[in-house]
Design a protein around this ligand. Sequence first.
Ligand code: IMP
Ligand code: MG
Length: 371
Amino acid sequence: MSIIKLHDKYFKSYISEIQIQEAVESVVQKVYADCKDETPIFIGILNGCFMFVADFVREYNGPCEVSFVKLASYQGTNSTGKIKQLVGVNENLEGRTVVILEDIIDTGNTLEEIYKIFEDKKLKQLKIATLFFKPDVFKKELPIDYIGISIPDKFIVGYGLDYDGIGRNYASIYQLTTKPTMKNIVLFGPPGAGKGTQAELLRDKYELIHISTGEVFRFNIKNETELGLLAKSYMDDGNLVPDEVTIKMLKAEVERNADAKGFIFDGFPRTESQAAALDAFLEEKGESINGMVALEVPEDLLVGRLLERGKTSGRSDDQDESKIRNRFNEYNTKTAVLKDYYQAQNKYFGANGVGTIPEITERLCSIFDKI
Ligand code: IMP
Ligand code: MG
């Protein structure tokens, strides 16, 4: 889900947990078919293999032994080819079937070392299983017996694999990507928090495009675009416009501004599925949501503000306290989900929305500057 930063580099999601699990299962099945009549020794090559080995042996239903060796050879995102150390296998392996479990085979330098090490151990047979394989970089004439997923020559992290020590703990695989160049912000705030005013100030200061869902809807309906007419057909029947249509409209709006420095999304996303669709859409472009910035204002203060506004604005929904409270309830129930969604990605930023307009702008800017 979305883009992550490890040290100085950016990674986008690439292989899901489910795809990994399917690949592990397929490797297990093939190994089992070849080894079911004996007790193989599975040897994992540390550190990267730990998740693969754990999942592999849980899936493997025959008798087996499990052991590990350590051959560290990687620095940064380029294989140095230098094997630094070996924490050896202590078992007597004579006459045994050994299956090496590798997380990834890249140039094959490590594999070559492995073959050398096991050469004089008088094994019955040596088999190699790797979860990931980069065929375009593999330079050796050495057999690889079982391959989970073949991938292009791009650096990956997660599921045990690291970039300079970190990233091993992700359950899915991320792939190296270019630095995102946009600043994309989801702006949130309860009715009356001053979101509209702040959005315009921030749009000008950061040269971002302000996408207000309401405006996008009105624009599409007024201009009778295909999506506008579709949305209208739902609204005319008194139905909610499906997420799918809303998302398409928003995407079209983003595409129309392809050169933008970024976007302030206002009134969107409203549901978790919209948020996930937005993440997926931006990720295809190598971009992501930098954060959800929410104006936090105590409800009682807002009720007062809105009632005050209602005296002069004539907006009927600003004149009745119970109607106002209702709008807050709706806001709180709807946004709670999204707050959790972005918080789970460490992307929720609350800003105190009590104060003068410039004071609040300043608080928002200090968040915008750091995300
Ligand atoms: P090889 O010796 O070039 O085949 O690479 C062996 C080791 O490099 C692997 O065991 C990994 O530790 C590391 N490695 C290769 N490609 C990647 C990658 O895409 N991400 C993380 N580590 C990698
Ligand atoms: Mg390794």
